[in-house]
Design a protein around this ligand. Sequence first.
Ligand code: APR
Length: 251
Amino acid sequence: MIPNQLIEQLQQAKHLVILTGAGVSAESGIPTFRDALTGLWENFDAEQLACKDGFLADPSLVWGWYEWRRNRVLKAQPNPAHLSIAKLAKRVPKLTLITQNVDDLHERAGSLDVLHLHGSLHHPRCINCGTPYRHLETEPVGSESRIDPPTCSRCKGLVRPGVVWFGEPLPADQWALSEQACQNCDLMMIVGTSGMVWPAADLPYMAEKLDVPIVQVNPTITSFNGLAKFNLCGKAGEVLPKLYAATFSDL
Ligand code: APR
């Protein structure tokens, strides 16, 4: 059930910020990180795979794991949650989409100017000189495949995934634009994030400090439940189309 007050606030919103996490891609078949049993961190060791030291210790294991994830994304399709977010951008005067995800499903759903706080699977670069690397082709890979990472065409350094690893700073431009949006919006929506990784999890608190109403879409309780004025308990791929239809269908 979508509260009438939320419908009104969405209809009147001048600047909507949406912060998404892995949950928005779950219905596209992309594993989240912390869901019990299915989450990536249930089955893989983050310390070994999602950090620079882990990559340097075993480049083939880490590169192979990210290639497996990238191939899963290439085979996946945007789900109704991604599509509803892209449609919302056409109905509100200004929408800033901030994602913690490293897939390109928001872009493939039609969202523009997506702010990627944690980088992207689709933009690897040289670990030494930062030269971008363009993937030549996609070989089907399993999760256990070891694949030697490519080497940089300029300096022969190892090519690394274009994601932000634990202990690394977020891209300064993406963070600055995200902070600015959260401090200037009049409605904020949090979709599919456990709120357990900082500084991304700080963004809703910035908005709340300025009395910006927050709506959360998540099938489980998170640390944001106390912050949100509206908690829509459900899957993003089911809730967001309903929210869009209830808000804009008769306009
Ligand atoms: N619709 C909406 N939310 C969902 C769905 C769904 N269909 N399925 C799961 N969720 C919710 C879960 O309840 C959980 O709250 O999505 C959230 C996923 O949380 P995490 O797995 O922790 O993912 P996320 O919050 O994006 O993690 C943040 O942690 O490991 C790092 O860099 C990684 O960007 C990631 C960051």
